[in-house]
Design a protein around this ligand. Structure first.
Ligand code: SF4
Length: 483
């Protein structure tokens, strides 16, 4: 089965494989011009559900031109040639493909972390979930759009979906399979977001990925929550992130990252006002940024748990000791050959203790400079320094092999039956343009949070027809630079 080497050698000259030592993706180690952080392959569009917001406009039967198993393995080899991006098999319902277990197994064999997003249907039996695990699945990602059957099943348009979904989550956790929950926030469930969060707190999940509706597929513009409501949910998510026993991230809502930076800056200000030094305040804010569950053994933000130590898994360990002790620790880690991204996390903690930006390049003058957003963002060791966006750290392959910047931006940028995914991702003019943030128009173009946010390119396109237009559902108005 291992055709990786031969295929990789056919591709454009590749940089050293990302995360080669550990097999784990890391924001810090990925250059988005060269490789995506996450690759999603829609293995089929067939699905038994008829969800109101379905991006794929899923259909009951499989398409005759779906990528075959052999073509799928070739695609997986090309994905592996990027290094170790997160690899997600989605649908439709991936369970509609009888070879789904073999595809998981192949992805695992070539060294990818494979996640799967099955639909919440009766097909998700305990036996199937066990087969996922046996095939090498790293994470089960399940959609839950309501805290009760009434809301979720209305969303999914199939009675019983809520019960099947919750049963699947419990079964996966019972056998030790990490679970991620995907929730799409729209007008149907806006008032239910807190209740969903509380339900998830009882289900032992690793990550809550909160999607915000993009008007594509069956997702309607009229179902999108307002800019103000986006903002309110972001603040709620930030508050929940401090207490819930799982990590929280957003999808198609890059401006949540702006809110995280703003709220952390406010937290710093509050701590300083209470008498803490800026350095002590930074240490406390950083510690609070680590999900509670990460402080117990066996979990890393993002949930890619393989049983290594916390430091090995990408979790920023809580700052312990003085700057001198941290310097000694960094020297020991370097001498011991620790992966660069792990060392960088400790270095970022050291720089924060010293009142510098995470790369050590510039001092952070807490609470006094207007332009500290990027430096503050760099303090967010795990995530904010680099934002994934459509075509920028993200690529999507549909069921017949067409390539898109994401599943929400309907621009075909290539065809894996005709060209290498590596070449398409790196060389497509549209993909390059999506990664060129200085080209963004309107307020996103001059925003002081542009590099950590950039707005949802797919929502901008869905609303305005221009994927470089400013995010239409952001209520932040950045100060305009003087001409
Ligand atoms: S204006 Fe654009 S770049 Fe700035 S926070 Fe809003 S969406 Fe993000």
């Amino acid at each position: 089965m291992a055709v990786l080497a031969s295929n990789a050698s056919q591709s454009t000259a590749l940089p050293p494989l990302q995360g080669e030592r550990t097999g784990k993706p890391s924001f810090a180690s990925v250059d988005f011009d060269l490789a995506p952080f996450i690759v999603i392959w829609e293995v089929t569009r067939a699905c038994d559900l008829r969800c109101v917001h379905c991006r794929a406009e899923a259909i009951p039967l499989r398409h005759p031109l779906e990528l075959s198993f052999k073509e799928g393995c070739t695609l997986i080899d090309q994905i592996r040639a990027f290094g170790h991006p997160l690899f997600v098999l989605t649908g439709g319902d991936p369970l509609k493909r009888p070879d789904i277990f073999d595809l998981i197994r192949y992805g695992d064999e070539v060294g990818l972390r494979v996640a799967l997003t099955p639909s919440g249907t009766q097909l998700m039996t305990p036996n199937v979930i066990q087969r996922f695990k046996d095939a090498g699945l790293s994470r089960l990602a399940v959609s839950l759009d309501g805290s009760c059957a009434e809301i979720h099943d209305t969303f999914r348009k199939v009675d019983g979906s809520f019960a099947w979904t919750v049963a699947s989550i419990r079964e996966a956790r019972r056998i030790g399979l990490p679970v991620q929950i995907n929730t799409t926030v729209c007008k149907h469930n806006l008032k239910d977001v807190r209740a969903i969060a509380e339900l998830l707190g009882t289900l032992d999940i690793a990550l809550w990925s909160v999607f915000f509706l993009v008007p594509t597929g069956r997702g309607l513009r009229g179902d999108i929550v307002s800019a103000r409501e986006h903002e309110d949910v972001f603040h709620l998510l930030y508050d929940l992130s401090k207490t819930m026993p799982y990590d929280i991230k957003t999808t198609a809502a890059q401006h949540y990252r702006r809110v995280v930076v703003q709220r952390r800056r406010q937290d710093l200000a509050d701590l300083v006002a209470q008498g803490k030094s800026p350095e002590e305040a930074a240490r406390i804010v950083q510690e609070n940024a680590v999900p509670k569950i990460a402080k117990a053994a066996g979990y890393e933000p993002g949930g890619w748990s393989t049983g290594e130590t916390a430091a090995d898994k990408g979790t920023p360990p809580p700052v312990q000791g003085s700057a001198e002790e941290l310097r000694a620790k960094i020297a020991r880690m370097k001498a011991g050959g620790a992966p660069a991204f792990v060392v960088q996390k400790i270095e970022a903690q050291l720089h924060a203790l010293e009142g510098k930006a995470a790369d050590g390049s510039a001092p952070i003058e807490f609470l006094t400079r207007q332009d500290t957003a990027r430096a503050d963002a760099a303090m967010d060791i795990g995530r904010s320094a680099k934002g994934v966006n459509d075509g920028n750290g993200f690529v999507f392959i549909d069921h017949i092999g067409l390539v898109y910047p994401s599943g929400f931006l309907p621009f075909v940028v290539g065809d894996v039956r005709k060209a290498s995914l590596v070449d398409i991702y790196r060389e497509s003019p549209i993909m390059k343009e999506l990664r060129a943030y200085p080209k963004l128009k309107g307020k996103c173009g001059w925003c002081d949070f542009r590099d950590v946010c950039g707005g949802s390119r797919s929502r901008s396109y869905g609303i305005t027809g221009d994927y470089l237009a400013s995010e239409p559902y952001c209520s932040y108005y950045p100060p305009k630079p003087k001409a």
